[in-house]
Design a protein around this ligand. Structure first.
Ligand code: BGC
Length: 719
């Protein structure tokens, strides 16, 4: 930061409109260089090249934060790229900062100018240091990127050579919000090759990459100057097998490339798409699928969790959940990566975080996002439904289950990684959210009569409504109790006085029970009451839940709120077989229905694609929404039985308590932890069940009603 303190924010004299500006600095080095670093950030998203080589591998830098309060800058080691005479080029796309329609605003939600601030630090072996900062000596002009928007794609003219370099203008902008990169970087993670190129019934030329994903295409072609390669991206084909883009709403996801002469390669600079298919809208003759590769882009998180079992459809579902996470963890946890939304909906992140933290190491990823959540909270503790904020928070008010991300997410990060720092850091934000609920509406100990999303997209929603049939006040009050209970635990972990919140918690639970107990009428209401431990008569509520599921022909009706808890509420209360029935259900609505329909990611709706091939609707139909993927936590925690011990978190002690079912002949999960690899495996053979466990530190094994304490080691049991 020191160096950026003496640097200026610089911008072009005029706005180049759709065209991305390119900033340039020539500088010389003399002598033996020990180390050189580039400190940089932008209003927009930037890509820097030094002597025509890309600086670093961060895609969509500087990432997305609550820019007005927390604007990340990055430091890159550029030692290896330096020569005696150097040219640093920086292109800036509008990105999240000022892109069109981001957060459904027209444009420029954080500011109306593309700008850059940078410092180059060159340390010589003789002890001398040279600092070059953005100032009046830098130049700017139009780049070959003629258009770039997150939702709409990119236009690139390879024949265009930047010229007419112009003076820059110093922008008087604050620097107090600049912070060193605190999230994961976003990088290219894998490459997928096309599996098919074909003509649709409409005659469109389409390439299939076999997997719905987030990223972009890289291509290599031989062409003549002026030829055009234009392609659009889509997640699915329609019922006739034609390229389908209606669910993208206004997002165009289109790349237009104007060729130069000869062999050339390209990939977009300042955008990403959600897609499985591309349609070649214009292409040079002889184009082949081999010209294209799909590059998967997401936050750089280490994979930590694996699951497989004897049912290939469940394995496909698990793979879809992993892809849902890859596709939606691009710097922030997004609802979806394709349509004109791609925002940090807090409720989605909250319901998925447990699964997310088994699948990948998301500690750093969520800590950064939680800082943005806290930065976006209003004076009364209200948590925006989208973080970083994009919407008008005075008209779209906080909602239960969404705002509870403020409490549930830090608690999960604490549990998975034994990270007390996250609790320490977020405590004020957690408490502020409780106080928000405490002071909303006419009742002190219930949260009622407010605007809520309810059990979003529940199957029992009335026609034309997005809200499931569950009582939204019941859900809100249940979360009020649950989150207050978590705050009590967090205060105790931190060795702080929890008396006030213990009392509040008791009062909320009591008020909830007085108002709602024995009046649970939907699967979600029962699941929430059971999972949050709010019912006075657990057996009765569990029996009611089981009855509701059976009455519905063993099918679920839950939406965003009920789904993560449904199977747990059953298996924790003597109905594991029914939970398995729901997991293995193939008829609509179910997880495996989408698998049977060819899904490669998790859908937003249980019927995003209907059995007749028609779509749920055109307005809100993402094929890459991870919320229902929260079922993977049940696979890890119940099928394989790998659970966190709340009193000994971070997998210091692991609770191993697999629940088998005859409909599977084996199941296995692996979880990488700070202590090493946990494995849990079972196999049913000749009427016997064989168990194998690898314990990296210690474990509490619960098998057949017996409890055993295990130390580090590999264990086999036979029952
Ligand atoms: C998003 C969701 C989100 C919801 C809340 C939708 O448009 O895609 O996933 O949680 O709105 O209302």
């Amino acid at each position: 930061m020191d160096f950026l303190n003496s640097a200026y924010w610089i911008r072009a004299k005029k706005d180049y409109g759709d065209i991305c500006p390119i900033f340039q600095k020539h500088f010389n080095c003399s002598g033996d260089i020990k180390k050189a670093s580039l400190y940089i950030t932008a209003m927009g998203v930037y890509e820097a090249t030094l002597n025509d080589k890309r600086v670093g591998d961060f895609i969509m830098a500087p990432g997305w934060t609550q820019y007005d309060k927390r604007h990340q800058y990055q430091i890159y080691d550029i030692t290896a790229l330096l020569r005696n005479e150097n040219t640093l080029n920086i292109t800036v796309g509008k990105g999240w900062y000022r892109g069109e329609f981001i957060g459904w605003r027209e444009k420029d939600i954080y500011g109306g100018l593309s700008a850059v601030i940078a410092a180059i630090e060159i340390e010589y072996t003789n002890g001398r240091t040279n600092i070059i900062t953005t100032d009046k000596s830098w130049k700017v002009t139009e780049s070959a990127i003629r258009f770039s928007e997150i939702y709409d794609g990119e236009t690139y003219d390879a024949t265009f050579i930047p010229k007419n370099w112009d003076e820059i203008v110093i922008l008087q902008a604050p620097k107090s919000n600049l912070i060193l990169q605190d999230g994961c970087t976003v990088t290219e993670q894998e490459t997928l090759l096309p599996i098919n190129m074909f003509r649709t019934p409409k005659g469109e030329l389409v390439i299939d990459f076999g997997q719905n994903m987030t990223g972009y295409i890289s291509f290599e072609i031989d062409a003549e100057a002026g030829e055009r390669l234009v392609y659009s991206h889509a997640e699915v084909l329609d019922s006739n097998g034609n390229f389908y883009t209606e669910n993208l709403r206004t997002a165009k996801q289109k790349v237009e490339y104007i060729c130069k002469d000869g062999k050339q390669t390209f990939k977009p600079h300042h955008t990403f798409m959600g897609f499985r298919y591309i349609r070649l809208d214009e292409a040079p003759a002889n184009i082949q699928k081999e010209n294209f590769k799909a590059i998967v882009v997401h936050s750089d998180m280490k994979r930590t969790g694996y699951f497989k079992c004897s049912n290939e459809k469940v394995n496909k579902l698990f793979s879809n959940i992993i892809w849902g996470q890859k596709g939606n963890f691009l710097d922030i946890p997004t609802d979806c990566p394709q349509r004109d939304e791609r925002m940090g909906w807090t409720g989605d992140a909250q319901v998925f975080i447990e699964t997310a933290s088994y699948n990948f190491d998301v500690q750093k990823f969520f800590k950064k996002w939680l800082r943005d959540l806290a930065a976006g909270q209003d004076g009364k503790g209200g948590v925006p439904v989208i973080v970083p904020i994009t919407i008008d928070t005075t008209t779209i008010l906080p909602s239960a289950a969404w705002g509870d991300a403020a409490v549930i997410c830090p608690w999960q990060i604490y549990l998975t990684y034994n990270d007390k720092e996250v609790l320490e850091e977020q405590l004020n934000s957690m408490i502020a959210w409780i106080e928000y609920m405490h002071h909303r509406g006419p009742e002190e100990f219930l949260w009622v009569e407010d605007v809520q999303f309810g059990d979003w997209l529940g199957m029992d929603a009335a026609n034309g409504s997005f809200k499931g049939a569950s009582d939204q006040d019941l859900i809100a009050s249940a979360y009020y109790a649950y989150s207050t209970g978590i705050v009590v635990k967090a205060l105790k972990v931190l060795g702080k006085d929890a008396t006030y919140y213990e009392k509040l918690h008791k009062n909320v639970v009591k008020a909830f029970q007085n108002r709602y107990d024995n009046h649970f009428n939907t699967q979600t209401e029962c699941a929430v009451a059971l999972y949050f431990n709010l019912t006075l008569d657990r057996d009765k509520t569990a029996a009611k839940l089981a009855e509701l599921v059976k009455q519905n022909e063993n099918k679920l009706t839950t939406g965003f709120v009920g789904t993560p808890y449904l199977l747990h509420a059953l298996s924790q209360n003597g109905y594991s077989d029914l939970a398995y029935t729901l997991l293995l259900q193939e008829e609509f609505p179910s997880w495996l229905f989408s698998v049977n329909m060819g899904a490669t990611t998790v859908w937003e709706h249980w019927d995003s694609l209907k059995s007749d091939g028609s779509m749920w609707n055109t307005e809100m139909n993402s094929f890459n929404h991870y919320a229902y993927g929260s079922v993977a936590a049940w696979m890890y925690k119940v099928v394989a039985g790998i659970q966190i011990d709340e009193n000994n978190p971070g997998f210091n002690n692991v609770i191993l308590c697999p629940v088998t079912d005859d409909r599977l002949t084996f199941a296995e999960a692996i979880v990488e932890t700070a202590y090493g690899t946990i494995t849990s495996k079972w196999e049913i053979k000749n009427g016997k069940t064989f168990y194998e466990f690898n314990v990296p530190n210690k474990a509490t094994l619960i098998l057949n009603g017996e409890i055993k304490e295990l130390s580090k080691g590999f264990y086999k049991f036979e029952i």
